[in-house]
Design a protein around this ligand. Structure first.
Ligand code: PGA
Length: 255
Protein backbone atom coordinates (compact mmCIF):
# COMPACT_ATOMS: atom_id res chain seq x y z
CA UNK A 1 0.00 0.00 0.00
CA UNK A 2 1.40 3.36 -1.08
CA UNK A 3 0.60 5.93 1.60
CA UNK A 4 0.84 9.58 0.53
CA UNK A 5 3.50 11.43 2.52
CA UNK A 6 2.25 14.25 4.73
CA UNK A 7 4.29 17.18 6.02
CA UNK A 8 2.38 19.13 8.67
CA UNK A 9 3.60 22.39 10.22
CA UNK A 10 2.58 22.91 13.85
CA UNK A 11 2.92 26.64 14.41
CA UNK A 12 2.16 26.46 18.15
CA UNK A 13 1.78 29.93 19.74
CA UNK A 14 3.31 31.78 16.78
CA UNK A 15 2.19 33.54 13.61
CA UNK A 16 -0.42 36.30 13.81
CA UNK A 17 -2.62 37.16 10.84
CA UNK A 18 -0.07 39.38 9.07
CA UNK A 19 2.66 36.77 9.50
CA UNK A 20 0.32 34.05 8.26
CA UNK A 21 -0.48 36.07 5.16
CA UNK A 22 3.20 36.78 4.46
CA UNK A 23 4.03 33.07 4.90
CA UNK A 24 1.36 32.05 2.42
CA UNK A 25 2.30 34.66 -0.17
CA UNK A 26 5.78 33.19 -0.21
CA UNK A 27 4.73 29.54 0.08
CA UNK A 28 2.21 29.84 -2.77
CA UNK A 29 5.05 31.00 -5.01
CA UNK A 30 7.72 28.49 -4.10
CA UNK A 31 5.87 25.26 -3.41
CA UNK A 32 5.78 23.00 -6.45
CA UNK A 33 5.23 19.63 -4.82
CA UNK A 34 2.40 17.50 -6.09
CA UNK A 35 2.93 14.05 -4.67
CA UNK A 36 3.32 14.98 -1.01
CA UNK A 37 0.52 16.46 1.06
CA UNK A 38 1.29 19.63 3.03
CA UNK A 39 -0.63 21.06 5.97
CA UNK A 40 -0.25 24.08 8.22
CA UNK A 41 -1.62 24.14 11.74
CA UNK A 42 -1.88 27.80 12.80
CA UNK A 43 -3.28 29.26 16.02
CA UNK A 44 -7.09 29.66 16.01
CA UNK A 45 -7.09 33.39 15.23
CA UNK A 46 -5.01 32.90 12.07
CA UNK A 47 -7.18 30.12 10.64
CA UNK A 48 -9.46 32.40 8.61
CA UNK A 49 -6.46 34.23 7.13
CA UNK A 50 -4.91 30.91 6.21
CA UNK A 51 -8.18 29.69 4.72
CA UNK A 52 -8.47 32.80 2.53
CA UNK A 53 -4.86 32.94 1.38
CA UNK A 54 -3.89 29.33 0.80
CA UNK A 55 -4.28 27.44 -2.45
CA UNK A 56 -6.67 24.68 -1.41
CA UNK A 57 -5.17 22.12 -3.76
CA UNK A 58 -1.72 22.79 -2.31
CA UNK A 59 -2.17 23.12 1.42
CA UNK A 60 -4.47 21.56 4.00
CA UNK A 61 -5.49 23.28 7.18
CA UNK A 62 -5.30 21.83 10.69
CA UNK A 63 -6.04 23.09 14.21
CA UNK A 64 -3.90 22.65 17.31
CA UNK A 65 -6.69 21.73 19.71
CA UNK A 66 -10.44 21.30 20.07
CA UNK A 67 -12.91 20.94 22.89
CA UNK A 68 -14.18 17.52 23.88
CA UNK A 69 -17.57 19.24 24.26
CA UNK A 70 -19.94 20.15 21.48
CA UNK A 71 -21.39 23.38 22.92
CA UNK A 72 -22.49 24.95 26.19
CA UNK A 73 -20.97 26.49 29.28
CA UNK A 74 -17.28 25.73 28.60
CA UNK A 75 -15.49 29.06 28.81
CA UNK A 76 -12.49 29.36 26.53
CA UNK A 77 -13.22 26.29 24.42
CA UNK A 78 -13.55 25.87 20.63
CA UNK A 79 -15.74 23.16 19.14
CA UNK A 80 -15.01 20.83 16.25
CA UNK A 81 -17.85 22.43 14.26
CA UNK A 82 -16.38 25.93 14.77
CA UNK A 83 -13.06 24.67 13.44
CA UNK A 84 -14.70 23.11 10.40
CA UNK A 85 -16.39 26.47 9.71
CA UNK A 86 -12.90 28.01 9.60
CA UNK A 87 -11.72 25.56 6.96
CA UNK A 88 -10.10 23.04 9.29
CA UNK A 89 -9.85 19.42 8.13
CA UNK A 90 -7.63 17.91 10.82
CA UNK A 91 -6.82 18.46 14.46
CA UNK A 92 -3.78 17.68 16.62
CA UNK A 93 -4.66 15.69 19.72
CA UNK A 94 -2.33 14.37 22.41
CA UNK A 95 0.65 16.66 21.74
CA UNK A 96 3.13 16.41 24.62
CA UNK A 97 2.84 20.15 25.32
CA UNK A 98 -0.91 19.73 25.87
CA UNK A 99 -0.29 16.65 28.00
CA UNK A 100 2.45 18.21 30.14
CA UNK A 101 1.62 21.92 30.38
CA UNK A 102 -2.17 21.74 30.14
CA UNK A 103 -2.48 18.44 32.00
CA UNK A 104 -4.45 16.58 29.33
CA UNK A 105 -4.56 12.96 30.40
CA UNK A 106 -5.36 9.88 28.33
CA UNK A 107 -9.05 10.10 29.16
CA UNK A 108 -9.36 13.74 27.98
CA UNK A 109 -7.41 12.82 24.86
CA UNK A 110 -9.73 9.90 24.21
CA UNK A 111 -12.79 12.17 24.59
CA UNK A 112 -11.31 14.70 22.17
CA UNK A 113 -10.64 12.00 19.61
CA UNK A 114 -14.20 10.71 19.94
CA UNK A 115 -15.56 14.25 19.44
CA UNK A 116 -13.33 14.93 16.42
CA UNK A 117 -14.42 11.70 14.71
CA UNK A 118 -18.06 12.45 15.47
CA UNK A 119 -17.70 15.81 13.69
CA UNK A 120 -15.85 14.27 10.73
CA UNK A 121 -12.41 15.75 11.42
CA UNK A 122 -9.18 13.90 10.74
CA UNK A 123 -7.20 13.27 13.93
CA UNK A 124 -3.44 13.65 14.11
CA UNK A 125 -2.75 11.74 17.29
CA UNK A 126 0.61 12.46 18.93
CA UNK A 127 2.43 10.01 21.16
CA UNK A 128 5.98 9.66 22.40
CA UNK A 129 8.19 8.94 25.37
CA UNK A 130 10.20 11.16 27.71
CA UNK A 131 13.95 10.79 28.05
CA UNK A 132 13.48 8.95 31.36
CA UNK A 133 11.11 6.40 29.84
CA UNK A 134 13.53 5.85 26.96
CA UNK A 135 16.48 5.39 29.30
CA UNK A 136 14.47 2.85 31.26
CA UNK A 137 13.90 0.89 28.04
CA UNK A 138 10.13 1.39 28.20
CA UNK A 139 9.54 3.32 24.96
CA UNK A 140 7.55 0.62 23.15
CA UNK A 141 5.31 -0.24 26.07
CA UNK A 142 4.70 3.51 26.67
CA UNK A 143 3.64 4.44 23.14
CA UNK A 144 1.56 1.25 22.82
CA UNK A 145 -0.37 2.19 25.94
CA UNK A 146 -0.91 5.76 24.65
CA UNK A 147 -2.25 4.36 21.38
CA UNK A 148 -4.54 1.79 23.01
CA UNK A 149 -5.98 4.40 25.33
CA UNK A 150 -6.54 6.87 22.47
CA UNK A 151 -8.51 4.31 20.50
CA UNK A 152 -10.59 2.82 23.29
CA UNK A 153 -14.23 3.04 22.13
CA UNK A 154 -13.07 4.58 18.86
CA UNK A 155 -12.21 1.41 16.98
CA UNK A 156 -15.53 1.39 15.13
CA UNK A 157 -14.73 4.65 13.38
CA UNK A 158 -13.23 4.64 9.95
CA UNK A 159 -9.72 4.88 11.26
CA UNK A 160 -7.76 4.32 8.12
CA UNK A 161 -8.95 7.50 6.43
CA UNK A 162 -9.36 9.79 9.37
CA UNK A 163 -6.56 8.76 11.69
CA UNK A 164 -2.93 9.82 11.46
CA UNK A 165 -0.32 9.13 14.11
CA UNK A 166 2.68 11.33 14.90
CA UNK A 167 5.44 9.63 16.83
CA UNK A 168 7.17 12.45 18.69
CA UNK A 169 9.79 11.54 21.30
CA UNK A 170 9.45 14.35 23.85
CA UNK A 171 13.20 14.72 24.26
CA UNK A 172 13.49 15.55 20.55
CA UNK A 173 10.82 18.28 20.48
CA UNK A 174 12.28 21.77 20.16
CA UNK A 175 15.68 20.55 21.37
CA UNK A 176 17.56 20.18 18.09
CA UNK A 177 18.13 16.48 18.96
CA UNK A 178 16.49 14.52 16.15
CA UNK A 179 15.82 10.90 16.94
CA UNK A 180 18.09 8.64 14.88
CA UNK A 181 16.08 7.97 11.73
CA UNK A 182 16.46 4.18 11.95
CA UNK A 183 15.27 4.21 15.53
CA UNK A 184 12.31 6.45 14.60
CA UNK A 185 11.52 3.98 11.84
CA UNK A 186 11.69 1.06 14.27
CA UNK A 187 9.25 2.66 16.72
CA UNK A 188 6.92 3.60 13.86
CA UNK A 189 6.96 0.00 12.59
CA UNK A 190 6.17 -1.17 16.10
CA UNK A 191 3.27 1.29 16.32
CA UNK A 192 1.85 -0.06 13.06
CA UNK A 193 2.00 -3.62 14.43
CA UNK A 194 0.16 -2.47 17.55
CA UNK A 195 -2.40 -0.69 15.41
CA UNK A 196 -2.80 -3.86 13.39
CA UNK A 197 -3.63 -5.79 16.55
CA UNK A 198 -6.33 -3.20 17.27
CA UNK A 199 -7.88 -2.54 13.87
CA UNK A 200 -6.54 -5.29 11.62
CA UNK A 201 -5.46 -4.66 8.05
CA UNK A 202 -6.82 -1.10 8.04
CA UNK A 203 -3.62 -0.26 9.92
CA UNK A 204 -1.80 -0.43 6.59
CA UNK A 205 -3.62 2.70 5.39
CA UNK A 206 -2.89 4.84 8.46
CA UNK A 207 -0.06 7.29 8.02
CA UNK A 208 2.50 7.45 10.81
CA UNK A 209 4.66 10.58 10.89
CA UNK A 210 7.81 11.41 12.81
CA UNK A 211 8.09 14.67 14.77
CA UNK A 212 10.86 16.25 16.85
CA UNK A 213 13.39 18.80 15.55
CA UNK A 214 12.79 17.91 11.90
CA UNK A 215 14.63 20.28 9.57
CA UNK A 216 15.54 20.43 5.90
CA UNK A 217 18.91 18.79 6.49
CA UNK A 218 17.35 15.70 8.11
CA UNK A 219 14.19 15.42 5.97
CA UNK A 220 15.52 13.24 3.18
CA UNK A 221 17.14 10.77 5.59
CA UNK A 222 13.84 10.41 7.46
CA UNK A 223 11.96 10.16 4.16
CA UNK A 224 14.23 7.34 2.98
CA UNK A 225 13.11 5.09 5.86
CA UNK A 226 10.68 2.32 4.99
CA UNK A 227 7.88 3.20 7.39
CA UNK A 228 8.01 6.97 8.00
CA UNK A 229 5.06 8.53 6.16
CA UNK A 230 5.92 12.17 6.72
CA UNK A 231 6.76 14.69 9.41
CA UNK A 232 5.15 16.88 12.03
CA UNK A 233 7.33 19.97 12.08
CA UNK A 234 7.40 22.71 14.73
CA UNK A 235 10.14 25.35 14.65
CA UNK A 236 11.19 24.72 11.05
CA UNK A 237 7.64 25.23 9.76
CA UNK A 238 7.51 28.92 10.62
CA UNK A 239 9.41 30.09 7.56
CA UNK A 240 7.94 29.24 4.16
CA UNK A 241 11.36 28.47 2.65
CA UNK A 242 12.38 26.11 5.49
CA UNK A 243 9.03 24.35 5.45
CA UNK A 244 9.12 24.00 1.69
CA UNK A 245 12.64 22.54 1.84
CA UNK A 246 11.36 19.81 4.17
CA UNK A 247 8.49 19.05 1.80
CA UNK A 248 11.01 18.80 -1.04
CA UNK A 249 13.17 16.46 1.04
CA UNK A 250 10.23 14.06 1.24
CA UNK A 251 9.17 14.71 -2.34
CA UNK A 252 12.47 13.43 -3.71
CA UNK A 253 11.78 10.02 -2.21
CA UNK A 254 8.27 9.56 -3.53
CA UNK A 255 8.85 9.78 -7.26
P1 PGA B 1 9.89 20.84 16.70
O1 PGA B 1 8.38 20.57 17.20
O2 PGA B 1 9.95 20.50 15.25
O3 PGA B 1 10.12 22.31 16.96
O4 PGA B 1 10.77 19.96 17.52
C1 PGA B 1 7.67 19.45 16.77
C2 PGA B 1 6.31 19.40 17.43
O5 PGA B 1 6.18 19.80 18.58
O6 PGA B 1 5.32 18.95 16.82
Amino acid sequence: MQRKKLIAGNWKLNMNKAETQAFLEEFNQINKSNNTEAMIIPPFTSLETAKENRKTNQLKLGAQNLSQYKSGAYTGEISAEMLIESGVEAVLIGHSERREIFLENNSIINAKITRAFEAGLTVIFCCGESETIRNEGRTDEWVAQQLRSALENNIANNLSEKFIIAYEPIWAIGTGKTCDSQEANRVIKFLRQELNSLIGNNAENVRILYGGSVKASTASELAAQSDIDGALVGGASLKASDFNAIIEGFQLICK
